[in-house]
Design a protein around this ligand. Structure first.
Ligand code: F6R
Ligand code: MG
Ligand code: MG
Length: 371
């Protein structure tokens, strides 16, 4: 049977700054998605937050880019924005870039990752959501998970993975995409995705049978709006086990922290910190950029649930095994923030064109004289 996993996220407003989604907003997500199950639009759901982003995870059988599903998510964010405005939450509706819904939520502000799959005998799924960073933040772990044999032992040991994986890479500026196969084209792949501001991995397939195994959100808000309008705060879906990377191989890249773009004012590089759902809130210098991960089973078009219908969700970074990465993230924070507004702590001048910095520089324009 074909099942679709959809995660759609949006910053509709947050508490005490760009920090965390408060309960009344999560409650709106919870109520609306419960109703969507009752009306038969979706089969199951899980509502959570990544920092200031409201995350709607939905499992259904309507396929990717389904207008009803996208409109439903848009209307949910609209209602949540109303509430955020009533409470005067900070940044209310900041990612709702368009006035009215027009068929597909892509390009309208909210981020989307979707995957339509033929359910295997057992279908373990991992969903990641990050805050204070942007879409290229997943290039590094996706490469490690699906192409690096020092990360994923299955690439060497499991004959089902021996043919390697294919990566779809999007060129965000030229609006083009290319598919590269590893291990044969590993160097070319790295040549592209090592620039995560320009190239992002959007899908991964197992090469021998084209089994779809990873899908990421690809929205770059600044490129839609032409200016700084907030973070892209990406999401991704990965299938695990049985001829695909094991859950532990998918989590392995997060043993260490690594640097991502998009911290404070969308203008800085910062260390990514894996955290539990409980610690999914941004503090120091509006961060450090954080990532949460949840695991579940997709079963007969639904998220496998307990006897009361409650989805069985595991909070993957709620584990002392990630203390090292958290400690690294904090110590990298202390190191890089000593640099203040000097590169490479701040993004390159080219990337800063999409921030509020040009407005500041504009004031000096008339004072420059030829050398
Ligand atoms: C927003 C974000 C924050 C803000 C910063 C300034 O998603 O990541 O770092 O850019 O807090 O926000 P304003 O200009 O709204 O005061
Ligand atoms: Mg925000
Ligand atoms: Mg955010």
């Amino acid at each position: 049977m074909r099942t679709t996993i959809t995660i759609i996220k949006c910053d509709v407003g947050s508490l005490a700054g760009h920090h965390v989604v408060p309960k009344p907003i999560l409650d709106i997500g919870e109520r609306r998605l419960k109703e969507a199950v009752e009306t038969g639009l979706i089969n199951s759901y899980f509502v959570f937050n990544a920092g200031d982003d409201l995350e709607l995870l939905m499992v259904h059988t309507r396929g990717e880019n389904n207008e009803e599903i996208h409109k439903f998510a848009w209307d949910t964010f609209k209602e949540a924005t109303e509430k955020a405005l009533n409470l005067k939450l900070y940044g209310a509706g900041q990612d709702m870039l368009k006035e009215a819904f027009s068929g597909n939520i892509r390009g309208m502000g909210p981020g989307v990752a979707e995957m339509e799959i033929e359910e295997r005998a057992s279908e373990p799924i991992v969903v990641f959501a990050a805050d204070k960073t942007s879409v290229g933040a997943f290039n590094f772990p996706l490469f490690k998970i699906f192409a690096d044999p020092f990360n994923t032992a299955g690439l060497i040991i499991d004959p089902n993975m021996a043919g390697g994986f294919k990566f779809e890479v999007m060129d965000l500026k030229r609006h083009e995409k290319v598919v590269l196969k590893c291990p044969e084209e590993m160097y070319e792949l790295l040549a592209l995705i090592g620039s995560p501001q320009n190239y992002i991995i959007s899908h991964v397939w197992r090469a021998r049978d084209n089994l779809l195994c990873a899908s990421t959100s690809t929205t770059k808000l600044s490129l839609i709006a032409g200016k700084y309008v907030g973070k892209d705060d990406p999401v991704m879906i990965i299938r695990a086990q049985h001829g695909l990377p094991a859950l532990g191989e998918i989590l392995m890249p997060f043993l260490h922290s690594y640097f991502v773009e998009g911290w404070m004012r969308g203008s800085h590089w910062g260390p990514l910190m894996p955290v539990s759902l409980k610690h999914s809130k941004c503090t120091v210098f509006d961060g450090p950029p954080r990532i949460v991960g949840i695991g579940f089973q997709v079963s007969n078009g639904k998220i496998a649930s307990d006897d009361n219908g409650k989805p069985l969700i595991t909070d993957l970074f709620d584990d002392p095994a990630f203390e090292l990465a958290r400690r690294e993230a904090i110590s990298y924070t202390a190191i890089i923030r000593r640099m203040g507004e000097f590169e490479p702590a701040r993004l390159s001048a080219e990337s800063m064109e999409y921030t509020t910095l040009p407005k500041v520089l504009e004031k000096l324009r008339d004072r420059f004289r030829p050398i």
